[in-house]
Design a protein around this ligand. Structure first.
Ligand code: ZN
Length: 419
């Protein structure tokens, strides 16, 4: 991986001109005395990082392999976890459901890294017209150039799906970052109201393209508030040969009854995605924290739950006439907030982490992502005693040290953007 234009933070204080500097190559690093959650708890470990990958993991008293110019960092027992993976982020900015002025701007690099997110999957949403697959891919490539792991869903809310190559199959097979199709909207007033046959056609394209390209080939489904819920997915499982893993519904915690449907599908082999959006008291929805707890208690397989942020997307409230009356903007920070809230409720970090790391990496077949192991990418997050992000390394390069942003996108004011 070559790290191209990125800006040192001190340059951001200059008004003009903007100087483009090359990102540093990953420095060989020995991380000592890390309390490693891989996501399982490994206890105190040393990690040798080189070439953007984890080269060696050893116990504290083992002699580490020697490498020239090695930088050594002692974490003094702080927790080290895999970088979080956000499987649903509007990297171009989403929104636009209340007029053009409600289009959300693109999400800059440090909004992800300060949240401990080192891998994102970009998505188009309601607006798959003014925003295009080309724009999405350009945003994904920009994040890659800045050192983040970045992938994309092709298509958007609507049918026929918007693509670059002319088909879902073509986009998944021929475009490296594209790992599936979505977020196709169902049971939502903003959807194309897809019929069963149209729905199956898209799912089959994703599945076959996944086989051809050895990618996930997943249909990522936006669920709205409609009472039809997950009916199309149930019918697909009942009436077709398509494997359950092809269907990956998201926002399944937005209605309590919908969440029960999702639990039933998880038991049939689907991986289901909870969104870490804010939930008001008395609302007919589960927060991500409540959804995680209910999922674990349900007996559904723990590896089939993922949690994403909807970063950059608008979180709208519509009136009975379908008019936007309120909106909030999703943030990648919601993921770590959810982790912290679950820890505060007494859940063990090693049980909490998989929904944000290994589960999504395995489901979307993101090689080298989602765990701390020899051969994995060096995507690492150090948590301080309060569970805040202290340090972040993405593919062997530090983006955050002691809470300070070291690397930011070209056009962002990194300090102002920190939440
Ligand atoms: Zn959505």
């Amino acid at each position: 991986m070559t790290f191209l234009p990125c800006l040192e933070v001190n340059r951001l204080k200059c008004r003009m001109p903007i100087r483009i500097t090359s990102a540093p190559a990953p420095t060989p690093t020995l991380i000592r005395n890390a309390s490693v959650f891989a996501p399982e708890a490994l206890g105190l470990r040393q990690l040798l990082i080189g070439g953007g990958q984890i080269l060696w993991v050893g116990s504290p008293d083992e002699p580490a392999p020697s490498i020239p110019n090695l930088e050594t960092i002692d974490l003094a027992g702080k927790r080290l976890i895999p970088g979080l993976i956000d499987g649903h982020a509007h990297v171009t900015g989403g929104g636009g459901e209340g007029g053009f002025a409600t289009r959300v701007p693109p999400v800059p690099l440090s909004r992800f890294t300060t949240a401990g997110v080192t891998t994102v999957v970009g998505v188009l949403g309601t607006d798959d017209l003014a925003r295009t697959p080309g724009e999405l891919l350009a945003s994904v490539y920009a994040l890659r150039e800045q050192g983040l792991g970045a992938f994309a869903w092709c298509g958007g809310y609507h049918l026929p799906p918007v693509t670059l190559t002319g088909s879902v199959r073509g986009d998944i097979v021929f475009l490296d970052p594209v790992i599936g199709v979505g977020e196709l909207a169902i049971s939502d007033h903003r959807s194309s109201q897809p019929g069963f046959d149209e729905f199956l056609r898209v799912a089959s394209e994703a599945h076959v393209a996944g086989l051809m390209s050895d990618k996930a080939g997943v249909l990522h489904l936006h669920l709205g508030d409609g009472v039809r819920g997950l009916e199309l997915v149930r019918r697909a499982l009942d009436e077709t040969e398509l494997p359950a893993r092809v269907f990956h519904p998201t926002h399944v915690n937005r209605r309590k009854a919908l969440f029960e449907e999702a639990l039933a599908l998880a038991k049939r082999g689907c991986t289901v995605d909870v969104t870490a959006f804010p939930v008001d008291d008395g609302e007919d929805a589960w927060s991500a924290v409540e959804a995680w707890e209910r999922y674990q208690a349900s007996g559904a397989p723990p590896e089939r739950l993922t949690i994403s942020s909807d970063a950059g997307g608008c979180l709208p409230t519509f009136d009975h006439d379908g008019r936007l009356c309120k909106m909030e903007v999703g943030s990648a920070h919601a993921l770590l907030d959810t982790v912290r809230a679950l820890l505060a409720r007494g859940h063990a970090l090693e049980r909490v982490l998989p929904a944000f790391t290994r589960n999504i990496a395995r489901h979307l077949r993101l090689q080298g992502k989602g765990e701390i192991a020899v051969g994995a990418d060096a995507d690492l997050v150090v948590l301080d005693a309060a569970g805040n992000v202290a340090d972040v390394m993405a593919q062997g390069v530090w983006h955050l040290r002691d809470g300070e942003v070291l690397r930011a996108g070209l056009f962002e004011n990194a300090q102002a953007d920190r939440a």
